[in-house]
Design a protein. Structure first.
Length: 209
């Protein structure tokens, strides 16, 4: 059964508060999202497999623990998920990166797929799906489903802001997926936006409307 983790680290909470300000510039918003993702990534990658490797220091040979191969795949949901990728790559630069392109139909609020490109060996990798907002949960659930259909099995979902409705939808659709959240908000409004939220994460990352 997948677990839900809501971060209480002071730096994550502080930086998450800063991206909520409507006056935060595109430049600052983008940098803060990257920083939050990196801070979250430290905990999300806690269970990556290790192996014993013998190395030589300036003084002697020693057996040390190192990551066991390149077994991580980062999969942002386009387009907003791209803002979180570099934070994770700063921690694990050897990770492969896949992409799932989805948009939310403005009338039905249902996800529509337009692109999916994943590593060929996705089945043996620990997959981390990235999207700043977990609102209705439809896009997140659909993205995980696409990855599973292509062989992915070890999947986690990482977001900055989540609504209870989205958490419930994702957990019911994929009870085996761990969910990592920087801040859990109150509810969705009539337009399926998270309240209090931070607005449209993609628009704020890239300066669009």
């Amino acid at each position: 059964m997948g677990q839900i983790y809501v971060f209480d680290h002071p730096l994550i909470q502080h930086k998450t508060a800063m991206i909520r300000y409507k006056s935060t510039s595109v430049k600052d918003f983008r940098e803060l999202v990257k920083e939050i993702a990196m801070l979250m990534g430290y905990e999300v990658t806690r269970n990556l497999p290790l192996e014993d490797v013998e190395i030589e220091t300036p003084l002697s040979k020693v057996s040390v623990k190192m990551l066991a191969g390149n077994d991580l795949a980062i999969v942002p949901i386009l387009r907003a998920g791209l803002g979180m990728v570099d934070g994770f790559l700063n921690l694990v630069p050897t990770a492969k990166v896949g992409f799932v392109g989805l948009y939310r139909d403005p009338n039905t609020h249902l996800p529509v797929e337009y692109y999916c490109k994943l590593p060929d060996d996705i089945g043996r990798r620990q997959v981390i799906v990235l999207d700043p907002m977990l609102a209705t949960g439809g896009s997140a659930a659909a993205a995980v489903e696409f990855i599973k259909n292509r062989g992915g099995t070890k999947i986690s979902f990482v977001c900055l802001i989540a609504a209870p409705e989205g958490i419930d939808v994702l957990q019911k659709a994929h009870p085996d997926v761990d969910i990592y959240i920087a801040a859990k908000d109150s509810h969705l409004n009539d337009h399926a936006y998270i309240v209090p939220g931070l607005g449209d994460a993609g628009d704020r990352l890239y300066g669009t409307k």
